[in-house]
Design a protein around this ligand. Structure first.
Ligand code: SF4
Length: 345
């Protein structure tokens, strides 16, 4: 996502200069610049032409949910087919990849969920200033309830203490909705359905990690990511895709690691060191011999996406979210009448 790329660039720039020098250079200008910025910056304008959340949005949201549940985005389908080609013929790995391929085709043809576990429902909304989040949240809830009634989503959300299932997929914390305000007039809605099996093999490491001899540097990051892949051993319905966050606190780290999964599989990280690391993690993981579903073979990972957030000097977390082969994410841009103007993947 564009916002994340900017963050990555910032980190790279600051990483090139020693922190103390940067601080000293800035200190002379500090007060003037800050004052200028505060007085000069015009308040963000409330967009009048942006879509307004009303009931007309529900049908677009239901279409988004139905499509996300049944159709894998093109970039994901492409890497799955490439992986199938790579596997040796007449092996269990090839058999597993063929079943995955058949599943994808059948779900698309019948417009039915790709997997019986339609997972945690995660919405990411980028919207202009003045967008009514409270109203939009209630409309999302309505769309999720309707989609569950229609069978696009499994009745999948239970009370954590009693285990009670309302059968509606709506309750505290579910669906998981993340709002981002931007300076554009448009509203973009991205949706990810993340299964429980792959969520269970996510991991978070605190560096330095003595048992793995992993220090607070990119080599340490590489070691803990590969450890997580090795420990998963194909559980969580591999081959999978990793979303990673370096830094932040524990909570923000996991949120960012999931947002990395919103990136296209064929994009390139704007931070050169991370672009190299992403590639290296996939290549090394695919030499571990774990393979699809842990059956052995050449495809353990389909992709790896890494983001960076600032951290406290005292902490260095690496947060890892694992996504299964059923990598269901889609996105839409809304038109002025809340219709689907454009698909984003
Ligand atoms: S981990 Fe993914 S593929 Fe496996 S059961 Fe869950 S949603 Fe389905």
């Amino acid at each position: 996502m564009a916002i994340k790329k900017k963050t990555n660039k910032k980190v790279l720039k600051s990483a090139k200069k020693p922190a103390l020098k940067v601080a000293a250079k800035k200190s002379a200008l500090n007060k003037k610049v800050v004052a200028k910025k505060i007085t000069k910056k015009a308040p963000a304008k409330i967009s009048k032409s942006a879509p307004k959340p009303d009931v007309s949005i529900i049908s677009s949201l239901i279409e988004l949910i139905k499509n996300t549940s049944a159709v894998l985005p093109d970039d994901v389908q492409k890497v799955i087919l490439e992986a199938l080609e790579r596997e040796e013929k007449n092996t269990t790995a090839e058999y597993a990849m063929n079943i995955i391929k058949a599943n994808i085709e059948l779900a698309k043809k019948k417009s039915q969920p790709l997997c019986q576990d339609t997972g945690t429902v995660l919405f990411y909304i980028s919207h202009p200033v003045g967008f009514d989040q409270i109203k939009f949240t209630s409309l999302i809830h309505k769309a999720v309830v309707k989609s569950t009634e229609l069978g696009y989503l499994r009745q999948n959300s239970v009370d954590s203490l009693t285990g009670e299932n309302s059968g509606m997929n709506v309750g505290p914390g579910h669906p998981s909705i993340h709002y981002h305000q931007h300076n554009k007039k448009l509203v973009e809605i991205r949706l990810m359905l993340k299964g429980g099996g792959c969520e269970n093999v996510g991991a978070q490491y605190s560096l330095p990690h003595t048992p793995l001899d992993a220090g607070r540097d990119l080599d340490g990051v590489r070691k803990v990511i590969l450890d997580a892949v090795f420990r998963a051993q194909g559980r969580g319905c591999g081959p999978g895709v990793l979303g990673i966050c370096i830094g932040a606190d524990r909570g923000a780290g996991y949120i960012e690691s999931k947002e990395q999964l919103l990136r296209r599989l064929d994009d390139t990280n704007s931070v050169p060191e991370l672009a190299i690391l992403e590639k290296e993690i996939v290549e090394t993981s695919n030499k571990l011999g774990i393979g699809p579903m842990g059956f052995g073979g050449k495809t353990t990972l389909l992709g790896c996406k890494i983001g960076v957030l600032n951290r406290l000097p005292a902490s260095f977390f690496v947060s890892i979210s694992y996504m299964c082969w059923a990598y269901r994410r889609q996105g839409i841009e809304l038109g002025e009448k809340n219709q689907i103007k454009k698909w984003l993947y």
